[in-house]
Design a protein. Structure first.
Length: 497
């Protein structure tokens, strides 16, 4: 059990590196966008990214979810290669259709969508960049299914580094302006696709698995529909803020959202990526139930502990990302609330996995759309009066309701091995400590750091006091990192002795 847990944690750390680099790339590119493009063009970039998200969901029409679900149910390696070829070919076809449809509509209604003119060259670069980006999506999933985290993260990191380098070159030296951003993305994505071609060829068997394809689409299309609606509704908070408050409120909320999403990118997404494919691999192994329960405990402790760390150093994080602008200081009180919502969201994603095992994707779709609908309803009710604080609390309320709903459904299907007492203790400790931290004024970075580290140690002490973690967990942590990092080994011994 310890070896399996260590493997998942190791995979999560590797994926975390790629996700952190992706997050860091946005920070590195931001000054380039600010210097070499106009404010209007910077807004256009955000709109194009939302369009890409829609195309991504349309691509494959849920078959990619089915690929993850049925990969390990294929009887042999030949069957898995056939399944990969089937899903990859289907994704190529649907990606072409989705890009042609969306870019065609943009070409007709450019001004209506963007409220400004966009050149044909930009639309062309965007289309080619999106297509090539979608083509290496399925090979990425394959590498995760094969639990080749280093390989997948290497390709992802190469793509990110090329995007940064080409963007800098096109904006700084060739003065391509707004078009240069899409040219850089297009070139980086095409080269990434070329580099991953050996993976595609080596894992393809030119045979169509019609039965599994049909089952994959049937399994995945409810998720695709819910994802489309969820994306649309998730973006509503910023638009409602803009309608009823001001752009300043939107900017402050967006900054808080950007900082809190570090938890999602670096911790939640990395862990879920690693754990999901391990979960599917051990789908039919009844002996793994204790492993899943232990992993759930570690996950809840990790997101609450790291989330609290973000709360403690939120001022420094905002200062770095905003280049020290005081206008974003109003976002500081929002970060703990948004992080609480992300904690509930992460736990909810764990609860979804048993339902995918039972092929209850329709239930997942209905609940996901319901959560998004509750969020937008609460936003409409409270944002006009309470502004960005209402947007934060609405998100937390919707995520909490969703978390409870998924847990209730799991109990209905007798898939309720998770220890909710751990969740209550960890989340309660996080909320209590975060509320206390908000009452502490700014004493300067040096004293703030001392207070932050002391608060973090008190939080860890609270985990021991509440018996969320104990000697067994610390000894396992020692086995994972203690021998490589002597200081951690000493700290681990100090906590249990």
């Amino acid at each position: 059990m310890a070896t399996q847990t260590q493997f998942i944690l190791k995979q999560s750390v590797i994926y975390s590196f790629g996700n952190t680099l992706a997050k860091l790339s946005g920070v590195l590119l931001l000054p380039l966008y600010v210097v070499f493009t106009t404010t209007e063009e910077f807004g256009l970039l955000a709109l194009f990214e939302t369009i890409y998200q829609f195309i991504l969901v349309l691509s494959g029409w849920g078959a990619k979810s089915g690929f993850s679900r049925f990969f390990y149910e294929m009887k042999d390696e030949a069957g898995r290669r056939s399944l990969f070829f089937t899903i990859f070919l289907f994704t190529v076809i649907t990606s072409f259709a989705a890009v042609l449809l969306c870019v065609g509509l943009l070409n007709v209604w450019t001004f209506e969508v963007f409220q400004t003119d966009v050149s044909q060259r930009v639309l062309l670069f965007f289309a080619v960049s999106t297509l090539s980006r979608l083509f290496f999506d399925v090979p990425y999933i394959l590498l995760r299914l094969q639990q080749r985290a280093t390989h997948q993260t290497g390709h992802q990191s190469l793509n990110i580094l090329m995007t940064i380098a080409f963007t800098f070159a096109f904006l700084k030296f060739t003065h391509q302006g707004f078009e240069g951003i899409f040219m850089a993305q297009m070139l980086a994505n095409i080269l990434t696709l070329v580099f991953i071609l050996p993976v595609i060829i080596a894992n393809s068997r030119m045979h169509i698995e019609w039965g599994v394809l049909k089952e994959s689409i049937h399994y995945g299309y409810p998720l695709a529909i819910s994802n489309i609606l969820t994306i649309a509704l998730t973006l509503s908070d910023r638009h409602i803020l803009n309608q009823y408050q001001s752009l300043d409120e939107v900017g402050s909320y967006s900054m808080a959202y950007k900082i809190s999403s570090i938890l999602q990118m670096v911790v939640v997404a990395s862990f879920i990526t690693s754990y999901t494919f391990y979960y599917y691999k051990s789908l039919n192994d009844s002996d793994q139930s204790k492993v899943h329960v232990k992993i759930f405990r570690y996950f809840v402790v990790a997101i609450c502990l790291i989330g609290f760390g973000l709360v403690l150093f939120r001022r420094e994080a905002v200062g770095i990302v905003s280049l020290g602008r005081d206008t974003y200081l109003s976002s500081l009180p929002l970060i703990p609330i948004l992080i609480l919502g992300l904690i509930f969201s992460g736990i909810r994603q764990i609860f979804i996995l048993p339902l995918t095992k039972l092929k209850k994707t329709s239930i997942i779709s209905i609940l996901s759309v319901g959560i998004a609908a509750i969020n937008i309803l609460l936003n409409l009710l409270f944002i006009p009066q309470y502004g960005k604080q209402a947007a934060c609390y609405s998100g937390v309320a919707a995520q909490l309701i969703g978390c409870m709903a998924f847990y209730w459904v799991l109990r209905h299907f007798h898939e309720n091995d998770y220890n909710m007492g751990i969740v209550v203790k960890c989340v309660g400790l996080f909320a209590l400590c975060s509320a206390g931290v908000l009452l502490v004024p700014d004493f300067g970075w040096m004293l703030n750091s001392v207070i932050g580290i002391s608060s973090l140690l008190l939080f860890i002490g609270g985990l021991f006091l509440l018996k969320v973690v104990g000697r067994t967990e610390v000894e396992e942590l020692m086995k994972i990192v203690g021998n490589k990092i002597p200081v951690l080994k000493y700290l681990c011994y100090s906590m249990v002795n």
